[in-house]
Design a protein around this ligand. Structure first.
Ligand code: GCW
Length: 629
């Protein structure tokens, strides 16, 4: 904290004193605040976790009182965000506290370069900040800078390796633990705890036991001892993150045990030290038969986990992807969230843009996350009030701009800010980010950046898969269009387009019954094409191309219109960005310009493939006679 303030003084002027005498800014944890500076007008019990802070200005002195060291640091960064407003007129005490208890970034970083997925699975920002070529990357200064960046947006937990745990990564739990401890030491001053993805098969692959059965005594003993050693090395270790029985990862199903049994095994090992296990709900059959219309991947998480509500240990957190499928540009909110009132839940979002343009396209995701967090699954409580935590798959890497696409930094920023306060307005968050990122030219860049970014998520949706149907991406790398790429595969991701219509019937009446996983009013709302929101129509229903949307357009004309419009809008971004050649740094400007050209190329490819596909399937011409191939 002191270093942080000293650095600010060195960069921007001013000096530090220890007793608060003549200062215009006083920073102290509340127990060390001199009496005369006590912040009044707040209840005595305003501190709960140490992450809270108060800020007030009285008689020309701005006072930040932190509930603990982390709160103080968050308070300092808050003052930075406030800028001059923090030192204008007096203002009464404001109390700030995070809505989400854990604000966690999960890195899908591999220690050893994976032959297909590379150093970072679904990473679009260069290499890993932590690992390179089989060992630590060795640049702890960069890790420190990352910790500082994350503290500035309130992130307090980081999982340092991929949830797909391969051979080298498995050993982070045992003989490579020192590498994890080094990262923990560097992140600790920033209020960030380190978590580790572990393989459920660790007792077998690392411990040489014949089984990883969660009810086996030797297995329990193995985990207890392994965990004891972890805490010897890292006393404030956060806990384990587990992807089990999913896409080839081992899990409790192999032993005929439930996922509650599996999670509780690890929760039990962690409990004596105050650690937690994040257990992912991303469990589905990826060896489906496309001919079998009764299996529905969207149903899987609920079918597996809802019956287990109440069976998870106190320190087990079920981590649920925000939608039932897999981070598509548009999905309904996962029905698991409303179904498990007796289980601690974390919602997982994807900050890394796997399905939203891979950090080559501008896609500001705060509006999507805001919508997810504000959705009321039942009884008037928003998702943000139901879940205790927000987890995001990190989009940062060793790229000089952190995130590959410089504008994708705004997603990292927005993730932290929404986890702290899910009620924040995405445009307001973007303003904060603009002020902090382009402090000298914020006035000049503000309007153009809003034009480029505010609507970029829905713009991306316009030129990619329509009306909630999702996918239509190239299998494997997931970039660019391939309408039938997944159609006859075992992955369970289909659109069922034929000459008459498109979409997935997930109704109770005639489809897979998925709508029945929602409580009222959603089970009814989604059940009927009349009441289902347009943007999710093809997620829930198979309809004829002539089906008329609430917008008054037919489905086929909507597809044509949005695809022509989406690609056209991308073309219009280029001249907007060109105008910023003066105010923004030339290298940054050139990077974004190149990426915008790629986005335009890709958007046109999407437009033409989607339009051509549906024209050829349906035979219905575009009402406006535009060019379809
Ligand atoms: O979205 C899919 C990705 C996988 C990923 C998986 C998951 C880490 O394509 O790369 O694996 O989700 O969330 O586990």
């Amino acid at each position: 904290m002191r270093d942080e303030v000293a650095r600010a003084c060195a960069d921007y002027g001013g000096s530090m004193c220890e007793d608060g005498g003549q200062a215009d800014l006083v920073l102290a944890t509340s127990d060390r605040l001199p009496d005369r500076l006590r912040v009044r007008g707040v209840p005595e019990d305003w501190q709960e976790t140490g992450e809270e802070f108060l800020v007030a200005r009285r008689d020309g002195v701005t006072v930040v009182a932190g509930g603990g060291p982390a709160g103080l640091l968050y308070g300092l960064f808050h003052v930075v965000r406030m800028g001059e407003r923090a030192f204008g007129g007096d203002f009464p005490a404001q109390r700030h506290r995070p809505a989400m208890r854990r604000r966690m970034l999960d890195h899908w970083d591999n220690v050893a370069v994976h032959p297909v997925m590379g150093q970072v699975e679904r990473g679009y920002a260069g290499g890993s900040l932590f690992w390179a070529d089989g060992g630590p990357r060795g640049d702890l200064d960069r890790v420190r800078a990352y910790g500082r960046l994350l503290a500035a947006v309130g992130v307090n937990a980081v999982a340092v390796n991929n949830v797909n745990v391969h051979a080298a990564e498995a050993r982070l739990l045992t003989d490579r633990l020192g590498d994890v401890a080094d990262i923990a030491d560097v992140l600790r001053p920033y209020g960030i705890k380190v978590h580790l993805s572990v393989t459920f098969a660790a007792p077998v692959v690392l411990g040489g036991l014949p089984t990883a059965d969660p009810l086996d005594e030797d297995v329990r003993g193995w985990w207890a001892r392994a965990t004891e050693r972890v805490y010897e090395a890292i006393p404030d270790f956060g806990g384990y993150l587990v992807k089990a029985d999913s896409e080839g990862q081992p899990g409790p199903f192999a032993y005929g045990r439930s996922h509650a049994d599996g999670a509780d095994l690890l929760a039990g090992a962690l409990a004596p030290y105050g650690g937690v296990v994040h257990w992912r709900a991303f469990v589905y059959d990826h060896r489906q038969d496309w001919r079998d219309r009764s299996t529905d991947r969207a149903r899987a998480a609920f079918d597996h986990f809802a019956p287990l509500d109440g069976r998870f240990a106190e320190n087990a957190i079920l981590q649920v992807k925000h939608g039932p499928m897999d981070f598509q540009v548009r999905e309904p909110v996962s029905p698991v969230i409303a179904a498990m009132p007796r289980t601690r839940l974390a919602v997982e979002v994807q900050v890394t843009q796997e399905y939203t343009g891979q950090q080559r396209h501008v896609c500001y995701l705060a509006p999507m996350w805001r919508e997810v967090l504000g959705f009321e699954p039942s009884g008037g409580r928003p998702v943000s009030g139901v879940v205790a935590e927000l987890a995001g798959v990190s989009n940062a890497g060793d790229d000089p701009y952190w995130t590959g696409h410089p504008l994708a930094q705004a997603n990292l920023y927005a993730f932290g800010r929404l986890a702290w306060d899910p009620g924040l307005d995405p445009a307001g968050i973007l303003d904060e980010w603009i002020d902090l990122t382009f402090p000298d030219v914020a006035g000049e860049v503000r309007a153009p950046l809003h034009a480029i970014m505010d609507d970029s998520w829905e713009r991306y949706e316009r030129y990619t898969a329509p009306l909630g149907v999702g996918w239509m991406v190239r299998p494997g790398h997931h970039y660019g269009p391939d309408v039938d790429g997944y159609e006859y595969t075992p992955w369970g991701t289909y659109h069922f387009a034929d000459r008459d219509g498109v979409g997935v019937d997930r109704t109770r009446a005639t489809g897979t019954g998925y709508t029945g996983q929602y409580p009222e009013p959603w089970s009814e709302t989604y059940e009927s094409p009349e009441t289902c929101p347009d943007e999710l129509l093809l997620f829930f229903h198979h309809v004829p191309y002539g089906h008329v949307l609430k917008s008054g357009k037919t489905v086929i004309q909507h597809i044509y219109d949005t695809h022509f419009a989406g690609a056209e809008e991308v073309a219009e971004l280029l001249p907007v960005w060109e105008k910023l050649a003066g105010p923004v740094d030339p290298a940054l400007h050139a990077r974004v310009r190149d990426l915008l050209h790629e986005q335009l190329r890709s958007a046109r490819e999407w437009r033409d493939q989607i339009n051509t596909y549906f024209f050829r399937k349906s035979g219905v011409p575009d009402a406006h006679g535009r060019r379809i191939y």
